[in-house]
Design a protein around this ligand. Structure first.
Ligand SMILES: [Zn+2]
Length: 116
């Protein structure tokens, strides 16, 4: 399956390939404030297209190992990028930014990121 998504204004777009059946709801300091639902997948299954390279901003905190990307124009966070425990480059897609997604069809797993 291919899933298309974007920020609110459409200047940051992505296509993610894979089977989306579950998403992660995390209560860590940033996920709780963003309200994002995350889908993790290898970076080679995600293609990003930007209206201009300058539109994409990056926010990091704590250990600065996760790049929380967001659109400078509309402020929406469509995805984050990082390295997993095995050293692989991965994306965390914000499932809420996928076009026409029916969130009721996706199993939500709750993760206590605040206690990690
Ligand atoms: Zn935008």
């Amino acid at each position: 399956m291919k899933y298309q998504g974007s920020c609110h204004c459409g200047q940051v777009k992505f296509v993610a390939k894979g089977e989306l059946t579950e998403a992660l709801s995390c209560n860590c300091s940033i996920c709780q404030k963003k309200g994002s639902l995350l889908w993790f997948l290898p970076s080679n299954q995600v293609k990003v297209s930007l209206e201009t390279p300058e539109v994409l901003a990056n926010y990091t905190f704590n250990k600065h190992v996760i790049n929380h990307h967001f659109c400078k124009n509309c402020g929406i966070h469509p995805y984050a990028q990082g390295i997993d425990a095995e050293g692989n480059s991965i994306f965390a897609i914000n499932v809420r930014c996928i076009d026409d997604i029916d969130l009721d069809k996706i199993k939500i797993n709750y993760f206590d990121g605040r206690s990690v």
